[in-house]
Design a protein around this ligand. Structure first.
Ligand code: ZN
Length: 223
């Protein structure tokens, strides 16, 4: 045995290493399998234990000691007995042709540098890295929309003086405009308030800006 041999863990949960396929100075390939015992059928949700066959899926992972690393995932095709359909198993560590951790790292690097630089660093295509960044931005936007704000400002203001009154809902923590509702659509405003945390909301008039009139949302008419 060579003197510079050591074993390295992949640290991928629920993934079993079956063996090293290629161990060359310029690349590493490792054969792996899922340790999830009974993958769920995506059609009916029943856990299945019947394997139809296995197919090799190549999945790029983070580099190991500076070497591009590929996992050869022996992906099972299962048979679901209740509904009789076949399906390929999924695994939370793998996202298409990348491991989830490589996808996260590439998207994070693209935000810190550029898509081009991140693509070069991880030896991935520009389109792939760009799609990871776009998907990440979508997830963050969704998270922000779901996160309730602690302070909701409800402000009725006119776009032009004596014209077209709108109710504006603003996240008091971030200043982000959450919604604009034409005139005083009370039901819609209450629904938006409820979606943001109901009782925690508070109404506060905004001081009038030059060229714009504002009014508190207490039912009073603008002067
Ligand atoms: Zn099924």
């Amino acid at each position: 045995m060579a003197r510079d041999v050591m074993s390295v863990r992949l640290w991928l949960p629920q993934v079993r290493v079956l063996g090293v396929v290629v161990d060359a100075p310029e690349r590493l390939a490792v054969r792996v399998a899922s340790m999830v015992g009974r993958p769920k059928c995506p059609h009916c949700g029943t856990p299945s234990r019947r394997t139809h066959d296995r197919r090799d899926n190549k999945v790029r992972d983070l580099e190991v000691s500076g070497r591009p690393t590929t996992l050869v995932w022996e992906r099972r095709r299962m048979v679901c007995e209740p509904c009789g359909r076949r399906f390929c198993e999924d695994h939370p560590a793998f996202e298409g042709r990348l491991t989830a951790r490589l996808a996260r790292r590439a998207a994070a690097d693209a935000r810190a540098m550029t898509v081009n630089a991140a693509a070069r660093r991880h030896r991935l295509g520009w389109d792939l890295v760009n799609s990871l960044v776009v998907a990440w931005a979508g997830l963050v936007g969704e998270h922000r929309r779901r996160r309730r704000c602690r302070l909701l400002l409800v402000d009725e203001t006119s776009i032009r003086k004596r014209h077209r009154y709108v109710t504006v809902l603003v996240n008091g923590d971030t200043g982000e405009v959450l919604a604009m509702v034409p005139r005083r659509q009370g039901r819609r405003v209450r629904r938006l308030q409820g979606a943001q945390g109901g009782d925690q909301s508070t109404a506060r008039p905004r001081p009038p800006r030059a060229g714009a009139a504002s009014t508190p949302s207490d039912g009073s008419q603008p002067g």
